[in-house]
Design a protein around this ligand. Sequence first.
Ligand SMILES: Cc1cc2nc3c(=O)[nH]c(=O)nc-3n(C[C@H](O)[C@H](O)[C@H](O)COP(=O)(O)OP(=O)(O)OC[C@H]3O[C@@H](n4cnc5c(N)ncnc54)[C@H](O)[C@@H]3O)c2cc1C
Length: 569
Amino acid sequence: MIFHTIIVGGGSAGSVLANRLSARGQNDVLLLEAGQDTRHGQVPATVLDSYPGAAYLDPNHTWTRLKVTLEVISHNNPAEKRPPVHPYEQARILGGGSSINGQLANRGAPTDYDEWAARGATGWDWMRVLPYFKKVEWDMDFDGPWHGTEGRIPVRRNFPDLWPEHAKAVAKAFEAAGYRYLRDQNAEWEDGYFPLTISNAYDRRVSAAIGYLDPATRLRNNLSISTGTQVSELLFDGQRCVGVKAVVAGQPREFRGREVILCCGAIHSPAHLLRAGIGPVAHLRELGIEVRAALPGVGQRLQDHPGVAIAAFLKPHARMTDTHSRMHMYTGLRYSSNLPGVPPGDMFAMVANKSAWHKVGEQIGSFLIAVYKTYSETGQVRLRSSDWQDEPQVDFNLLSDQRDLQRLMDGVRRFGAMHLTAALQSVTSHPFPATNTDRVRRLGKFSLQNKILAGALAKVLDGPATLRRYLMETMVMEGVSLRDILADDDKLEAYVRTAEVGMRHASCSCRMGSDDDPMAVTDPSGRVRSVDGLRVVDASVFPGVPCANTNFPVMMTAEKIADAVLANT
Ligand SMILES: Cc1cc2nc3c(=O)[nH]c(=O)nc-3n(C[C@H](O)[C@H](O)[C@H](O)COP(=O)(O)OP(=O)(O)OC[C@H]3O[C@@H](n4cnc5c(N)ncnc54)[C@H](O)[C@@H]3O)c2cc1C
């Protein structure tokens, strides 16, 4: 059988495309996903949970062999020792990132999309993407010109009356710092603090797979979904992609289609192109891969949002109670760094009212501070070998632009100082700069041993103040003190450079662009240049990472390209 469309990767983008393209009865659509299914009635409890910590730490839901570097790598001195590698969760489950992410649902600045259009993605300016953002969502709280009411993904907010005391005190501190309350972060683009919008209904996650691959959609005769199916190779007849090779339940299979759409995310989609000989010539030759199409942009200019966190011990009355929701993040803040030449609303802070699933996690709250208008665009995805089973080499170079470093340092100063205000001291003590060390990650894993260990430590932490101080300094903090880094810029810079994390918003590694842009990998409809029958539709094609968590921008992109595909067939 020859399918009309083979979609490789059933993540945020792949789920949307499978639904929209199979809505036309004569299109036979095949969706191939490496990870497990999430059928209605069989969605794992950790995926449905509003608290996302369990879903993304479950090794059954991610590409566990993927390791990345985050710190800057000197291009002038390639012999310099490579920075350490870190785990970097990328989803391997139907629904992709939307099945394991933090469920934050936002869109970015209107100027982000005007910039996309200016960078050569004609037709992607704000006024032309807004209808597709609206098409994705069913806003359960608001309607009006900014909101969709008939989309497949419900979004809502936990308003301040439901916030735990920690979040309420944070709101007071934000007010005292001059930020005003915005009821709706997804309406006008202004600075202020707000209840975070989440893709969640009745305290249950709604992933792209739950929303778009619902039981009725799965009944379509022209839609086949094969999970547990890892695509190993793109098949070509000359310059035309004609299908894929895949491994299904341990057995090799081939599938043929008139068009193949790669939706494997910003790390695995470029890797597929490179293995097929589509990419920078020198790199392909280095690996002995025959060049099919010289596209220097493949895998280049990878982006993510750099971030750091300040954590603090939560006083017992300020903690989450789990009575109305298991969601652990309620409050967001959009603010402007006012750095010369940088647009307003470039920074984002999220307040977490717990930091892990166990008892110590319930005692630690945090501010996650991230540069949302980032200028660091020198990350890259390269192959280690031509073997499809090898994870690619991924270097994010997150703080390659000095402005990103400066703004993260400024964020630590701002929110460090905020922890000394009366509002925050009424709910927290022992603020400290957080680090994502192996020890922290080990304690974050689900296990009976961690549960018992954290339970015992939590009891003591709630005991006498002197013992708490000792344990916080020796067992919770990782040797860096907030006092020290606020007093010394060199120490602050060193902390930010090593503690920064990527927000897991990998994007831009196969950018859309105009015909005359040599670094553009696809045209504005996701069609890969210089070959036929092949598109990329996922976070890879962003011409720049927007000032947003990326799930909604990805689903918007898939909705818009689905329309373009249907209009031309
Ligand atoms: C831990 C985490 C937290 C996040 N938090 C948020 C948040 O709160 N809000 C937000 O907006 N965004 C968040 N994001 C980012 C957002 O979820 C992603 O940007 C988005 O899901 C990416 O969509 P995608 O379609 O590009 O790729 P994905 O959704 O990652 O989909 C790619 C799919 O392709 C499959 N695949 C890959 N290779 C193959 C192969 N060879 N064969 C078959 N299948 C393959 C993968 O298994 C995966 O299911 C988070 C991401 C992570 C990982």
